[in-house]
Design a binder for this molecule. Structure first.
Ligand code: SF4
Length: 434
């Protein structure tokens, strides 16, 4: 993990919703030193902004899930007017995403928005850009300049541009696209600098992971503004998550990036959850709630482990707030090694599960009781942690695998020989494996 790249710092918010700082490490323009703010997680609503009650409910849902900044689309005047009613009802800074008309930006500023996002590919009239800059400057609002592969390319003389600009970044796979992004960005930011405006964040999105990595890497060398990382039109959740994690994870590992948005075609609450998980995995954010370890399953399982894992995940997400490690393992063969370090662990066997709390065996229960007992143990352990009677990660799980036909057993042979009367779901499982 490379150290975070120092940047100028911007601040989003107000005294009511709170302030989120993005970037840092370089002094402010008045010389005040700053330290890098933790990387924050953003997302964008999927509903219409002018449907005020629904928009407020969606913003609150996303905020509760962990979004620290929420962006809304304002394609029409009714959307910017709705912001007046939305912003006083939410508890998170709001960014107005302005598309083709600079008036929407001016209206959003009047409505009390906390930040504006402009796309140089869509709003590039110099006078209009200056009007937006001046409106934001008067209210100390930052602006994100977001170049985007989809709207940045000059299509009329593309071949000529490709030939001319390709040489600039010929060592990159997408040299000409990268060159256009950088050129447009430089051109656009010059307008801001001429207006003595520096409260800027930058994004440079594409659906191509390697272009995203190249673009942000180049931009990080050329500008000292904080970077909003994202992959655009990344596809459905299944592939969009992977695209985003590859690109954003790679950049963050290199110390590049100050705020992130994972995006794909699905409920944005998943974007928030995935963004947080990425930061947890990289050690860039302290985990809130359970770190669930689970085995991928194999031919050794003798319980319905997929269902158990999902039930445990849902139940603990609602009830556990301390970052305890919980392991749900399919068997006793590899489970103990793989669950090492878990605070609470269950090792399933022959339709049973042995539950351990910080290395101490506390129960050996039938399959139907595993979920309830595991939750009870997790909640009791959480209470002990909160009272200061136990410490997270203090003791490791140390279990010697038992006799295969012992307490957990290796009941496949017995089940196949029908020496065990199976429950309906186990019977189904047995058929599929025999
Ligand atoms: S813990 Fe056991 S059941 Fe799970 S994948 Fe490993 S060996 Fe298979």
């Amino acid at each position: 993990m490379q150290p975070r790249r120092p940047t100028r710092q911007i601040t989003i918010g107000d005294s009511r919703v709170g302030f989120i700082r993005i970037g840092g490490g370089l002094p402010n323009r008045d010389g005040t030193p700053t330290t890098p703010a933790p990387v924050s997680v953003q997302t964008m609503t999927s509903g219409y902004t002018h449907e005020i009650d629904k928009c407020v409910a969606e913003i609150q849902k996303l905020s509760t899930a962990g979004a620290q900044v929420v962006r809304v689309a304002v394609p029409e005047k009714k959307d910017t007017e709705a912001l007046r009613h939305i912003i006083p009802q939410v508890n998170v800074p709001i960014v107005a995403d302005v598309h083709f008309h600079f008036q929407r930006a001016l209206e959003a500023v009047e409505s009390g928005v906390h930040k504006i996002r402009l796309n140089p590919g869509n709003i590039n009239d110099r006078k209009q850009v200056i009007d937006v800059i001046q409106a934001c400057k008067a209210r100390n609002l930052p602006i994100r300049v977001g170049v985007n592969e989809g709207s940045i390319i000059e299509r009329k003389d593309k071949q000529k541009r490709q030939k001319e600009l390709g040489a600039v970044f010929s060592d990159h796979k997408h040299g000409y696209l990268l060159a256009i992004m950088i050129a447009k960005l430089e051109e656009y930011l010059d307008i801001f600098y001429e207006q003595d405006f520096y409260d800027i964040a930058i994004s440079a999105k594409s659906m191509d992971c390697s272009l995203v990595i190249d673009a942000y890497t180049e931009i990080s060398k050329r500008f000292d503004h904080p970077l909003h990382l994202g992959v655009t039109h990344a596809g459905p959740k299944e592939t969009g998550t992977i695209r985003s994690v590859v690109a954003l994870g790679g950049l963050l590992l290199n110390g590049i990036g100050d705020t992130i948005r994972i995006s794909y075609a699905n409920d944005p609450i998943f974007e928030v959850q995935d963004g947080l998980e990425l930061l947890y995995c990289l050690g860039l954010k302290e985990r809130v709630g359970v770190d669930l370890i689970a085995c991928p399953t194999c031919g050794r399982i003798q319980v319905d482990l997929f269902t158990l894992i999902q039930d445990v995940r849902k139940a603990l997400a609602e009830k556990v707030t301390v970052p305890m490690k919980v392991a749900v393992m399919g068997c006793i063969v590899n489970g103990p090694g793989e669950a090492e370090g878990a605070d609470v662990a269950v090792f399933a066997g022959d339709r049973r599960g042995i539950i351990y709390v910080q290395g101490e065996r506390v129960a050996n229960v039938p399959e139907e009781e595993i979920l309830g007992r595991l939750l009870t143990e997790c909640l009791q352990f959480q209470d002990r942690v909160k009272r200061g009677e136990a410490k997270l990660g203090e003791k490791k799980v140390e279990i010697t695998p038992p006799d295969p036909l012992g307490q957990l057993g290796s009941g496949w042979e017995k089940m196949a020989a029908e020496k065990i009367q199976t429950k309906p779901q186990v019977a189904k499982l047995t058929v599929s494996r025999s």
